[in-house]
Design a protein around this ligand. Structure first.
Ligand code: SF4
Length: 355
């Protein structure tokens, strides 16, 4: 097991099982997740036998080094590609994160899987081979690596990079809990958002577990047939059932912050009827609607022509939704010039490797 895979209570249990006092678990967590010191030899308040035990029983860090970094000249965002070692995944696997610095806060978009087992027609991550889930360590280490390199505080985390977070539920939620702990990085629970394309059983578990994090639903389409044409997940978990579940539990989700992500595909999902449905759902659920203008290349999928909307087209659609619900924003996707914007992860790096 990797030394960064354990949450605070896991460390308390582990040290007690190994014969030491519970508070030693808290000290270890503090070194790892607050001080970001991963070498047990440097944990100065631990006795030698605990240091030996840590060295013997745990991998020291996920073994990810020297990521490939592309920095946007337009907005300063960075796309960071990590190559993960092959011992846990034959042949190795890759994953990307995106760092989004702002004037007053900094965000990181994290991946939860290498590639994605779903195959949404508009998304680059679904087009590369799926190589498996990321471990907890593989999700939290890049955040600490960024803090070390930039010497900046990270205020927001979104699990919206490569992969369906709810197909790696346990690891994603554990990573979110670790990053939110006051004894560690201390990122506020409302500043951590987990996205899903609508994996209903995991959404039900999220509710049962009373997880405090924000939830972002990748909605994109209301019509079952149209959503199926673009998103495999619609076959298993039709959006009508997902919406019914959210409406039934709207008080819970609204207290935790709900976000509806709506990819804007001009001529495909921006009719007046779709604007009305989106506005009505916003009225019922509350929270925030993010319109995400499609960023990818022009593509023909089935009978649809995918192309970028003009800014004015997105504003017009936003204004139609706004007639019913005001909290609708156009997400200014950073990192477009480095293929780091929403739905672009894995596209350009994958192509560069093929060439
Ligand atoms: S949009 Fe999300 S769920 Fe769909 S293929 Fe891309 S990463 Fe996977």
């Amino acid at each position: 097991m990797n030394i960064l895979d354990l949450d605070f209570p896991d460390w308390e249990d582990a040290v007690v099982r190994a014969g030491w006092k519970k508070y030693r678990g808290g000290q270890i967590f503090h070194w790892l997740h607050r001080q970001r010191i991963f070498d047990p030899a440097a944990m100065s308040n631990l006795p030698a036998d605990i240091k030996d035990w840590l060295q013997r029983e745990f991998e020291p860090y996920p073994g990810i080094h020297d990521p490939d970094v592309r920095k946007s000249l337009r907005d300063g965002s960075e796309k960071i590609l990590y190559s993960l070692p092959g011992d846990s995944h034959p042949g190795g696997k890759e994953m990307e994160i995106v760092y989004l610095p702002h004037k007053t806060w900094n965000s990181v978009c994290l991946s939860t899987q290498s590639g994605c087992s779903l195959n949404c027609g508009f998304c680059a991550s679904g087009r590369i081979p799926f190589k498996g889930n990321l471990s907890v360590a593989e999700m939290v280490f890049p955040v600490y690596d960024l803090i070390r390199k930039t010497e900046e505080k990270i205020n927001n985390i979104v699990f919206m990079g490569m992969g369906e977070p709810f197909y790696n539920y346990e690891n994603t939620l554990k990573a979110a809990r670790i990053l939110s702990r006051q004894e560690g990085a201390g990122i506020g629970v409302k500043k951590i958002a987990i996205s899903t394309s609508g994996v209903l059983p995991a959404m039900e578990q999220f509710l049962r577990d009373k997880e405090p994090f924000a939830l972002a639903l990748s909605l994109h389409f209301f019509d079952h047939g149209k959503r199926r044409d673009f998103m495999d997940v619609e076959d298993k978990y039709p959006i009508a059932e997902v919406i019914r579940f959210l409406v039934q539990n709207k008080d819970y989700f609204n207290r935790r912050t709900i976000m509806l992500e709506y990819l804007h595909l001009p001529g495909i999902n921006d009719s007046p009827e779709e604007a009305r449905e989106l506005g009505k759902l916003g009225q019922i659920l509350g929270g925030r609607i993010n319109l995400v203008p499609y960023n990818g290349e022009t593509l023909k999928i089935k009978n649809y022509l995918l192309r970028k909307p003009s800014w004015q087209q997105s504003v017009d659609f936003q204004n139609q939704v706004k007639r019913l619900y005001k909290m609708v924003f156009i997400r200014n996707s950073a990192g477009e010039d480095i293929a780091g914007a929403c739905g672009m992860l894995a596209g350009s790096f994958a192509k560069e490797r093929e060439n």
